[in-house]
Design a protein around this ligand. Structure first.
Ligand SMILES: [Zn+2]
Length: 216
């Protein structure tokens, strides 16, 4: 099924509401496939106006446009294993926020994340992986050490710590994004995705997005 182009959300709360509505459709097995038709594809060729930027895990089961039931031109998506944050990622998010005026940035990870599991295994064994995979362990070390200090052993709980700290880091490391959030023009939200159920839930939220969110 395809439908006519929906109205683009403008505020952070509207954007989050649209994302959560799309995820609800997807989780219930009733996707609307918004903005995926040939007509929309042709109309969108002249320019993009995404309403959310997503920093998500590269896991092949967490494709942002699918799990939020959106289409072409809706989401500005950056995906790295374990949603690792580096200079290129920050540049991409800054472009989405400052260049494309997206009102919402989402940090998205999921249960049973392989990147988090690999980092925990490296810590437990004392052996870092070879090659560039070492970066994954290094970036996750603060969350793993914090979890150990707090007696947290559940990998999914560590993933949620990682989501929350990534949202904080985005605000700390991207002053332009911080300015938009402080001005009420953008929000940063961390969401956790359940692979089997297909649903997201809130981990953390910064900015004017209380609407449409249940308590964590
Ligand atoms: Zn993952």
């Amino acid at each position: 099924m395809t439908v006519a182009d929906p109205i683009r959300p403008v505020t952070p709360a509207q954007a989050l509401t649209e994302l959560l509505a799309g995820n609800s459709r997807f989780a219930r097995g009733r996707p609307a496939h918004l903005n995926q038709g040939a007509g929309h594809r042709a109309r969108s060729a002249d320019g993009q106006r995404p309403f959310a930027a997503i920093l998500g895990c590269s896991d092949s089961r967490v494709a942002a446009e699918i799990v939020f039931d959106r289409g072409l031109g809706d989401l500005f998506v950056v995906r790295t294993a374990g949603h690792m944050l580096g200079a290129e990622v920050l540049a991409s998010i800054e472009f989405a926020v400052l260049g494309l005026d997206v009102p919402l940035v989402v940090v998205l990870d999921h249960d049973r994340c392989g990147a988090v599991a690999a980092a925990i295994a490296a810590h437990d064994s004392g052996r870092a992986p070879t090659g560039h995979l070492r970066v994954v362990v290094e970036r996750l070390s603060p969350e793993i050490l914090r979890a150990q200090a707090e007696g947290i052993t559940d990998p999914d709980a560590i993933t949620r710590l990682h989501i929350a700290s990534t949202a904080h880091r985005l605000l700390d490391d991207a002053p332009g994004l911080r300015g938009r959030v402080d001005a009420g023009r953008c929000a940063v939200v961390g969401l956790g995705y359940a692979l089997a159920e297909g649903r997201v839930d809130r981990v953390v939220a910064h900015g004017p997005v209380t609407h449409g969110m249940s308590a964590p």
